[in-house]
Ligand binder design. Structure first.
Ligand code: ATP
Ligand code: MG
Length: 583
């Protein structure tokens, strides 16, 4: 949680003159202050505990940006003995669906947050309707018949609507007609009568209600008029006694109308503070754009491991702990920012290094047969190099096993390559002996498919590297899905033709092997494949068919599977991650 939010939460109970202060963020506007009797009543209802809300619209799936907002709102409530609502801001039934409502709740819980209340803006529609009648009676709202275009022009040119000065009785009657469904969509709206000359365009008689013949996912077809965001948000913040209405910066221009409406209805006024939206390189966060990718089948659903939806991140191997840690790290500010994906990955890497047991996994296998020995040996491997309490496991080493194709060269012609190649040079096998390549067999295209080796269990020479292996007799086949950034270019975040910037090769599928113990892992469980990076079991796993996603490499920039026996690099990488974890 940010220091600003913390300080704000702490003074929630006592500050009744906050409009006199220059707030740390944003600007106070007229109507901002609470008359003492409203503040008193508010404090009586809340007992002085600061109230927050996380208000997603159920029109898409939650993403990492929402994680930041949740971290701020639920986190602040937790840190300051407050309370936090999960409030579905559901005023646009066309875009909203029950699947989103359910998925949001699941992800809030997965992130570890326990809302004190789960509410829906639509649960307050009766009350909001009464407020509208009150506004009409007070001469502060009118039924309007301007077309969308006319409305736009009036607001741009500061020209009154011809219906602005209708009599109260007529407005009451016509608003009731709107409610009864006597108008087609677009024929009538209820507009507030604020200030058509105001410098803030948002104050120029914004729409409070529009006619929509759309069933609502939560309250079904009870209403054919729906309140607008501007009308709804502030009223519900007030009705729910929210102390801190924290939103992203694009809402800053809405402050005037927010407080104007509360003032008209003499309702309690929350603090309103804005913070910048989180953007991350390499991926799209707009719910609308994510929905397009999902509907067009460009990704494997809203939980595709390349998306930064929270469901996608879970499938990619992220834990709520790593995500919240990242949110703490970036903090809350008002400056526009795009965070490098590498920073998010570093939070993840630290988390993975600590919790992941090591396993031997061969993503791109080539078969090896030992010619000078036959049989079976049992070898014991530690599950984690630094945490002996995580125990060990026994693996079978047999005379037929797999190594990774990247650890084999058909000629020993590169002094920087320490992997296996024909010739007298010995290469170590982890937890086993040294091998020497005697020969190899290749198909008609020259692609090797079998390597013949001799083994020396005594390790009479000291090899420059130890490569990993998986025994044929003690392995399971695995489908590996290797991911890179979804976007070729970050312009996708701002360009309307964003589909042009999607990298179609951001998913590669390979068939490989893993030691048998991997079979026991469940979806979302991650391991460190020694030397090759982190892998997580995918949802698509069924008995007899294991699917694993590569979470990320052992170190930054290691996007692809570690190339050709690059032992020095992989050693450096594991040393670095051990150092990081030790910090
Ligand atoms: P999107 O543009 O992705 O659809 P939104 O703003 O429409 O996002 P809401 O469902 O209205 O999404 O968001 C719920 C809360 O999460 C709001 O308070 C919003 O300000 C906040 N939020 C949404 N996106 C981000 C983001 N990228 N960074 C920080 N907070 C965000
Ligand atoms: Mg929205």
């Amino acid at each position: 949680m940010s220091a600003a939010a913390g300080a704000a939460a702490a003074d929630a109970a006592v500050d009744t003159k906050r409009d006199l202060k220059v707030l740390q963020s944003g600007r106070p506007v007229p109507g901002y202050s609470n008359p003492p009797e409203l503040m008193e009543a508010h404090l009586k209802r809340t007992g002085g505990h600061p109230y927050f809300r996380f208000p997603p619209e159920p029109n898409g799936f939650l993403h990492i940006g929402h994680a930041k907002s949740m971290n701020l709102n639920f986190g602040s409530a937790l840190a300051h003995d407050g309370k936090c609502y999960l409030r579905y801001d559901d005023t646009n039934p066309e875009a909203e669906e029950q699947v989103y409502i359910d998925a949001i709740q699941e992800m809030v819980a997965w992130m570890g947050w326990k809302p004190d209340w789960i509410t829906f803006s639509s649960d307050y529609f009766d009350q909001l309707h009464e407020f509208a009648i009150q506004l009409i009676k007070n001469g502060k709202a009118y039924v309007d018949h301007s077309t969308q275009q006319q409305l736009k022009e009036q607001r741009e040119l500061r020209v009154n609507s011809p219906w602005r000065d209708r009599a109260v009785a007529e407005n009451l009657l016509l608003f009731e007609h709107m409610r009864q469904g006597r108008y087609a969509e677009g024929e009538a709206t209820l507009r507030v009568k604020a200030d058509m000359q105001h410098d803030n365009p948002n104050m120029r008689d914004f729409i409070a209600y529009r006619v929509k013949y759309v069933a609502h996912p939560h309250i079904k077809d009870k209403w054919c008029i729906y309140p607008s965001y501007d009308y709804t948000h502030c009223l519900i913040d007030a009705l729910e006694d929210v102390d801190y209405s924290l939103c992203t910066l694009e809402f800053e221009t809405r402050r005037e109308s927010y407080f104007w409406l509360l003032e008209q209805l003499n309702l309690y006024r929350p603090h309103v503070w804005e913070f910048s939206r989180l953007n991350v390189t390499g991926t799209l966060l707009s719910k609308r754009k994510i929905n397009v990718l999902v509907k067009k089948g460009i990704v494997r659903g809203f939980n595709d491991p390349r998306l930064m939806t929270l469901a996608g991140m879970r499938r990619r191997g992220y834990t709520p702990k790593a995500i919240n840690k990242f949110c703490d790290l970036i903090g809350i500010t008002r400056s526009m920012n795009v965070i490098q994906n590498a920073m998010l990955e570093n939070s993840l890497r630290e988390d993975l290094d600590e919790r992941c047991e090591r396993r031997m996994i061969i993503p791109d296998p080539i078969k090896v047969v030992v010619d000078n020995w036959q049989g079976e040996k049992e070898v014991e491997c530690a599950n984690h190099p630094r945490f002996p309490e995580l125990g060990s496991r026994k693996l079978k080493f047999t005379n037929i096993f797999y190594i990774d194709r990247s650890d084999f060269h058909t000629e020993d012609d590169n002094p920087k390559f320490y992997g296996l190649a024909p010739g007298p040079r010995a290469v170590g096998l982890k937890y086993s002996g040294n091998i020497v390549c005697k020969s190899f067999e290749a198909d008609k295209n020259g692609r090797p498919f079998l390597i013949h080796v001799d083994i020396d269990f005594e390790r009479t020479t000291k090899p420059k590297t130890n490569i990993t292996w998986v025994s044929e007799a003690d392995s399971v086949p695995v489908e590996f899905r290797l991911y890179s950034a979804l976007l070729k270019d970050d312009r996708a975040a701002i360009e309307p033709n964003f589909l042009e910037f999607i990298d179609e090769n951001s998913e590669t599928i390979v068939q490989g092997y893993a030691e048998r113990s991997v079979d026991a892992l469940k979806p979302f469980e991650s391991v460190q494949a020694e030397r090759f990076g982190y892998f997580v079991v995918d949802l698509d796993t069924v008995p007899g068919h294991v699917v694993m996603n590569r979470v990320l490499g052992l170190r930054e920039d290691k996007e692809k599977v570690v190339p050709a026996g690059n032992s020095r690099e992989s050693k450096k990488a594991s040393k670095k991650s051990e150092k990081q974890a030790a910090k």
